[in-house]
Design a protein around this ligand. Sequence first.
Ligand code: ARG
Length: 714
Amino acid sequence: MKRILLLITFLASTFGLQLKADEGMWLPHLIQSQNYEAMVRLGLKLTPEQIYDVNKSSLKDAIVRLGGGFCTGEMISKDGLMLTNHHCGYDAIQKLSSTQSNYLRDGFWAMKRSDELAAGFSVSFLQRVEDVTDRVTKGLTEKTSLTDRHKQINSESEKIANEVKDSVLHYSGVVKSFFEGNKYYLFVYQTYPDVRLVGTPPESLGKYGGDTDNWMWPRHTADFSMFRIYADANNNPAEYSAQNVPYHPKHHLPVSIKGVEKGDYAMIFGYPGSTDRYLTSYGVKFAIDVEQPSIVKLRRAKLDIYEKYQAQSDEVDLMYSSKHARVSNYWKYYIGQTKGLKRLNVYEKKKDLENQFNTWAQSDPDGTGQYKDVIKMYEDGFAIQNKFQLSRTYINEAVFGVEAIGYAASYIGLANSKKGDDLSDMINELKDETKSHFKDYYKPIDQEVFAAMMRYYSTDIDPSQQPEDFKKLVAKFKGNFDKMAAWIYNKSIMVDQAKAEAFLAKPNVKKLNKDPMYKLMMALYKNYFAAVRPGLSLATEKLEPAKRLFVKGLMEMNPNHKYASDANSTMRMTYGSVLDYYPADAVHYSHYTTMEGVLEKYVPGDHEFDLPAKFIELAKSKTYGQYADSDGKLRVCFLSNNDITGGNSGSPVINGNGELIGTAFDGNWEAMSGDIAFEDKLQRTISVDVRYTLWIIDVFAGAGHLVDEMTIVR
Ligand code: ARG
């Protein structure tokens, strides 16, 4: 009996393994010891050194962090050409657009380098990673208080970061916690501030399918845009200057147009932002019952207001397009995540694991007793946290969902200044902030959002956690939030560019402290620190050690399981295969989509499914050239079983030879719970097939010179 069982597991593991997704966002510098064999088995042809090397150029040098990690990009030419998603370039493209030259609507292609446009964000390259756990945690024990622990970790991390900082060459370091505080790594980056827009398809293609298709398969979106990184004459980082020249990266990815088949090796490098895979059942329950439905409700209310006004004017539509995309992306995300968590019984699965852990912990396997209270600490910690967490969510989503409140907060420094302080730098910064804030600000929208958000805050939040001044204001207007909004938007300088500028020309702290929006912001802000934060800190005192010990204990309990640390905006690698899936009983989804599907979805004049006339013409005549698949069709998007999350957007999908085959841009609806629990059979990454990208650049946009710049593998 036992022999049969063993045999079955053996078969399952050899055959199953071939295309089984390996959960995990792995650290590139640990690939050799952790994953390399499995990667080779799946089809990788590169050596570990070709992937990650500190001294010689390697694949990691082609991976780009956008800003602080809002997205990922990849180098695809020796002259600094960088590819990322359309939704990653979206904000920059919108800010460069006007109703006269509307690049968001019409697309943009620099036909020569001098046409490329300053994008307004910087990019960074990872130089090296170093384990600094011993130094950071030296002398810390489970007896050390949390405050002392944080103090030491923060000050030591800061010291380490300072040691590698170089302002001339734009080097910076950051120490990050892994496995819930069980490991610490230093990451050293070099940052290039001069990045320029090179090309983007029109929004109708780059965001084809809009919110309807977002987070879903089958997908037909050309979610890509292109930038170029510039450097000084010595290839070093430099602020924007006409004298700058294209940056020559240490490595750029060759682009394969040979095509992608089911079962092909696929790996993705990038900067996943955050996951919560070690979240316990307590956290899952709160997320499902309270947190996520609240976020969805607040975001939907904002979106309804945006959309009402966006429909009335092209100018307002452009102004709020990027804000709308940001709010709606995670509005839909949380709808999907709640559904997924429920449908996939994540709560029950987590509970099982915790019970297993607790049984193991009570047996005191290492004789220290350190794991015995872990589950109890979770229980107690969440009991406290659940009383305050909604307030925190509402501060983020409702209170700071009001643009004027966020803007008012930029005046705190000024309000705290003392007589005789030199304020000139501060005032200049505020003037810049004022200009960029009001560029995309429409007062009627914000006023209505204010009324809606304050109403929700007032009704949903425990009154003992609301500031007295706010409650008085609500009483003064007898709970009429529209009247309250009208009054405050009439009186405050925070909602009117001319008034704000006049104030900044003659700043006056007394006047600032009397401004009703500023006063309200301060009341909410101070109240958060007085009535909410202490409760949350109390919970953290239980939860933080509980998490650290839970993860440490899990690894001891299952020593043969390979654990990956949660995403934290550091470079990760995930490997797997190009793969289809079965989303539901009797339903099968192929691993790729084609141009035929783009045309099937076409709805003339629709705001999500319209297409440019020239595009339809080319698609109908099947003018695909070298980008067609062997069956003559043009493939548009494809699936792989890689493990990615937000921040990975724009990441390169790379084949076994280290060549670019696609750009990752989304996950699938059936596995939206993936950030909390990875579902092997369901979780897929959605990517643009690079042949569709090149076809749009070359054939649709006539920017073949950009393709000529790349290293194409035919
Ligand atoms: N869901 C995608 C992501 O977070 C963003 C796709 C943008 N498209 C959209 N319709 N909002 O990476």
